[in-house]
Design a protein around this ligand. Structure first.
Ligand code: HEM
Length: 206
């Protein structure tokens, strides 16, 4: 078993660059970043993201004992609790939100990968943690256009505030500092691509 020579974080960035570009330019994301979304549309999106985060973060917590590298995905990074709080702030009962077809396909995939290759969960998590870089801009727009008060409906999008860059750098260092066999690295990269595809499909349903 050989260990990966290239830093996995560089490989992730390179492998998903085109998917990122497409995600950024998708009509739904452009609508979010320019604040052109209704409160209901925003809450619907948060509800679907809640299912994605809950599935992934539940698997990460359950498998940390068996796969120590999952420790780089810390509780502080988890989105599901913030998504539930944001939904409540917007007047939606989180328990009432049903996963869409694309969301269910993505969460099924996350659970299947978790069972066969737990370290690959880091590939899914990378995409969600990385998305906070752009989400911070979306939060700014939505505070303005939807009149969200800081901490009431925007917690998921902008959890770190001014610490965003430092938190992202620390995560890159922690995840990049683990050892990955070539097989592990391939599984992490595939998971990251699948998360981008899954979210693109989910956003397309919005
Ligand atoms: C309006 C939409 C978006 C904007 C404006 C945006 C913006 C950004 C920016 C500026 C960065 C660079 C941060 C840096 O290197 O300092 C970034 C990184 C990243 N974004 Fe987005 N983004 C958007 C949508 C998304 C979406 C939908 C996803 C995934 C679901 C995503 C996932 C990522 C990831 C994984 C990274 C880290 C790339 C790396 O490895 O360095 N982004 N984004």
């Amino acid at each position: 078993m050989t260990t990966m020579q290239v830093n996995i974080m560089d490989a992730l960035k390179a492998r998903t660059a085109e998917q990122h570009r497409r995600a950024e330019q998708s009509p739904f994301m452009r609508g979010l970043v320019s604040g052109q979304v209704t409160r209901e549309g925003y809450a619907r999106w948060l509800g679907q993201m809640m299912h994605v985060h809950a599935a992934l973060e539940g698997e990460i917590v359950a498998r940390r004992g068996a796969e120590p590298r999952l420790a780089v995905a810390s509780d502080e990074q988890f989105g599901a609790p913030r998504l539930r709080a944001d939904l409540v702030a917007l007047g939606v009962d989180p328990a009432s939100v049903r996963p869409s077809r694309a969301t269910a396909a993505l969460t099924d995939h996350v659970r299947a990968v978790a069972a066969s290759c737990p370290v690959a969960l880091l590939g899914f998590h990378y995409v969600l943690e990385g998305s906070k870089n752009g989400n911070a801009y979306i939060a700014k727009a939505l505070r303005r256009t939807l009149g969200l008060a800081t901490g009431a409906g925007d917690a998921y999008l902008d959890p770190y505030g001014e610490q965003q860059r430092a938190k992202w750098a620390a995560f890159r260092e922690a995840m990049g500092g683990q050892e990955y066999s070539e097989t592990d690295a391939a599984a992490v990269l595939d998971a990251a691509c699948a998360m981008f595809d899954g979210i693109t499909a989910m956003n397309g349903e919005m």
